[in-house]
Design a protein around this ligand. Sequence first.
Ligand SMILES: Nc1ncnc2c1ncn2[C@@H]1O[C@H](COP(=O)(O)OP(=O)(O)O)[C@@H](O)[C@H]1O
Ligand SMILES: [Mg+2]
Length: 239
Amino acid sequence: MVERVESGIKGFDKLVNGGIPKNSLVIVKGGPGTGKTTFCLQFLVKGIENGEKCVMLTTEEGNGKLFRIAKNFGWELEKWKKEKKLAILSYDGENIRKILNELKRVVKSTKASRVVIDSLSTISVYATAYVNIGELSIKDVIDETTVFSSPIIGDEIRRRSMHRIMRELERLDATILMTSEDLDYDKISDFLCDGLIKLDMEAISSALQRTLRVVKMRGTNMDGSVRDMEITNKGIVVY
Ligand SMILES: Nc1ncnc2c1ncn2[C@@H]1O[C@H](COP(=O)(O)OP(=O)(O)O)[C@@H](O)[C@H]1O
Ligand SMILES: [Mg+2]
């Protein structure tokens, strides 16, 4: 029997046969304003309600802004942070090794079972610093038929760095949600993750139609159809 984690998103769990398989590495992908941060916060709120410890690594919003976004839905991040139910780490693009080590340390020491990384796209911008270039020989990166070109090398280093980062996250004893903007350079993570949830929105005449689709979820049956979704003042609802 697969152990499952309640997402906390109304209407979502039935799409993945009752919940996200425990300790999955799941990407929540979509353009700006599609609800990625809200989805992830709602997942953490469920954890807090269940008495689970949670960790959030944020690269996008300053803490103040994050607190305001959450408060809009009635979620008391600041209070939970003070009560040590939730740890919030901020990453400003400086030292990728340092922040990932810090994340691993905090997850282990708090025994957190839910982790959010918002956003993985920002991590992947700086990911190349995670692989020591000295470890890569040119022969390793290109074969004899490939013409030497620095973008190829750069992409390969990024690919390997993301691979290594995701493998290390996978070893944590926690269910991890990561947000991703739909950008070309971090496509590799779509293949490496266990689950991929795609958020979208479209303006139809005067109305905004939001949708959600489970693209993949390893270890479970799933409904991969496009579902309508709404962001209400209590969070995301999937229909
Ligand atoms: N109380 C609310 N009711 C309806 N929609 C809301 C509410 N609060 C925020 N939103 C919508 O959610 C969107 C932000 O979602 P967010 O999770 O920050 O997106 P992303 O992280 O993908 O950029 C806003 O653009 C806004 O349209
Ligand atoms: Mg966001």
